[in-house]
Design a protein around this ligand. Sequence first.
Ligand SMILES: [Zn+2]
Length: 272
Amino acid sequence: MAQSYIKKADLSGQISATISQKYDLFGYFHVVNAQSCMFFIDLHTHQFSTESPQLAIKSIDVKVPNEALLHAELEGSQPNQYFSLGLHPWYINPTTIEQDWACLQRLAVHPKVLMIGETGLDRLVATDWTFQIQVFRQHIALAQSLQKPLIIHCVRSFPEIIQCKKMVKNNVSWIIHGFNSNEQIMKQLLDKQFFISVGTAVLQSQSHIARLLPAMPIEQLFLETDDKNCTISSIFAKVATIRGIDIEFLQEKIFDNFKKNIHLCPQAASIV
Ligand SMILES: [Zn+2]
């Protein structure tokens, strides 16, 4: 096991060197695929890790004063580092929303931004509920217009999120991040074609998600570390054990889900 991991890491190093001159997104996946060198996809993190080989999407809450810094971070990122940008329901503010929203619109078109969010609804935060819904709907429209999936933070508001999805005609993927709720909610989400991203809760064997995972369609699954001090490989290892499959097979399946649902814009290489 240790040996095969080192081999993969070396292959990944060669690939990175080959493509480090430009963000050749399709080239990256083509090369990785051709050599069947699978890697860990961390769909939602707040900090890039040095663990290799992996592809990670860092979620950043956009605020106007940070625009130049954020832009520089997008431009300076490594070929396997991507982003999702949004206005988190914890931090939205009616007095700055217009400027923050305009900033998000400017940055979200960048080819390194693969998803919109995290956005969503949270019953436990003090932010005005109507305001949360209004901002969430703006994110839905932005995701649709840019054809980028939504990464969703949802606390005690699954009925409302599901209702929003029913009401909008959209064709981008909606991904609930950090899911750890009950079976009934999971079934509703899966029926409505949501994707479920699983994080560190799965490491606790008594958690909802650890118990529900064996029955979950792998085609609707993603994995993440979020803001936790944990490696994405440990999440993959735990999920592979629970499902009774090899880590390599799980990597392939998650990569398939990624390719099918997270559209890399074709002009990316020429824009940057
Ligand atoms: Zn998060």
